[in-house]
Ligand binder design. Structure first.
Ligand code: TYM
Length: 330
């Protein structure tokens, strides 16, 4: 099966990104033909300081490899190095409607109805559709928050194929059973997000043992001190149990049965998170010692991706009636 997924190089990678997406990618690479892209073109839908974007992209690339993606097994590449993404996005923008994009909840949340938001923030889900459709991906592993964008991608593919002929594969989202929506540790009604105003609510992959301990011990719970899995009634504790479940492979309610106090649960969870993240951040740090080599690996991945992307773009253009380099003339 062909798999594609992506992640933005904005802010630092957090536990939600890892449990909701990256961890599953590492498994995917061994069983599926997998493509993972650093979506740097998506990052500029909001203001980016160029130097920060540059280092965030290299750091993210190192983190993905540190987390277990192997550039010899899967294809990891930078979206901006494969021009076909922007080119296909334009073709697809001319098939998508204003109404469809205006319904995207992420735009409504991030744009806050302001007239000054960048136009790219509005059309962003179409670029995401292009990312997926260029590779004819069948499976797209993402966290819960990307579900609506995947539905739009499917609608765009189905419509294009109906209007212009069969070019695209209609993708299916693969959302993990646990930790599909890791919540903010300080505000468990909100997802853990790079754009959160407080860093206490997020665990970064690069956090050390002390930082993880501090954040888990300060995680918001409730006052009845009874460990139970009840996402509506006990959102804080349930979030901790979900994280525990995702890492240990056990069910959240069976974990709850083992604990008589919040303190004991928090202490064991801290150990589990540290044991999971420590080796990743160590490998990431080592990889970042040679940024030139990282840049070369990234360019090689982008070269591999481009071969497939160019082919699909050509088919889409030909289907729409463009005269392309490979058109046949009578
Ligand atoms: P991004 O960069 O916000 O997040 C990357 C991945 O992490 C998942 N995720 C979470 N999962 C569980 N709990 C959380 N709190 C949490 N926060 C983030 C996201 O669902 C995502 O899978 N638009 C996408 C990037 C993208 C993409 C694509 C994804 C661009 N093109 C093509 C798949 C296919 C985004 O902004 O993800």
């Amino acid at each position: 099966m062909r798999v594609l997924s992506g992640i933005q190089p904005t802010g630092r990678v957090h536990l939600g990104n890892y449990l909701g997406a990256i961890r599953g990618w590492v498994e995917d690479q061994y069983v599926n033909e997998s493509f993972f892209t650093l979506v740097d073109l998506h990052a500029i839908t909001v203001e980016q300081e160029p130097r920060e974007l540059f280092s965030a992209t290299l750091e993210l690339f190192a983190t993905l490899i540190g987390a277990g993606l192997d550039p010899n097994i899967c294809t990891i590449f930078a979206q901006s190095q494969v021009n076909e993404h922007a080119a296909l996005a334009w073709l697809l923008e001319c098939t998508a409607t204003f109404g469809e994009l205006a319904r995207m909840t992420q735009f409504k949340d991030k744009g806050h109805g302001s007239q000054n938001v960048r136009a790219g923030l509005f059309t962003y889900p179409v670029l995401m559709a292009a990312d997926i459709l260029l590779y004819k991906a069948e499976r797209v592993p993402v966290g819960e928050d990307q579900k609506q964008h995947l539905e739009l991608t499917r609608d765009i593919a189905i419509r294009f194929n109906r209007l212009y002929g069969q070019v695209f594969t209609v993708p299916t989202p693969a959302i993990p059973k646990v930790a599909a929506r890791v919540m903010d540790l300080q505000n468990p009604s909100k997802k853990m997000s790079k754009s959160s105003s407080t860093t206490l609510g997020l665990i970064y992959i690069s956090d050390g043992a002390d930082e993880i301990k501090r954040k888990i011990s300060k995680a918001v719970t409730d006052t009845d001190n009874k460990v139970a899995y009840d996402p509506i009634g006990k959102p804080g504790i349930s979030n901790l149990l979900e994280i525990f479940a995702a890492i240990s492979g056990r069910a959240p309610d069976s974990i709850a049965e083992d604990y008589a106090s919040y303190g004991a649960l928090k202490s064991d969870l801290t150990q589990l998170i540290v044991a999971t993240l420590e080796p990743i951040s160590k490998r990431t740090k080592d990889l970042l010692d040679d940024r030139g080599e990282l840049g070369r690996i990234m360019a090689a991945g982008s070269g591999k991706a481009r071969e497939i992307a160019a082919d699909t773009l050509d088919s889409a253009k030909a289907a729409m009636g463009f005269v392309t380099a490979t058109s046949t003339f009578k």
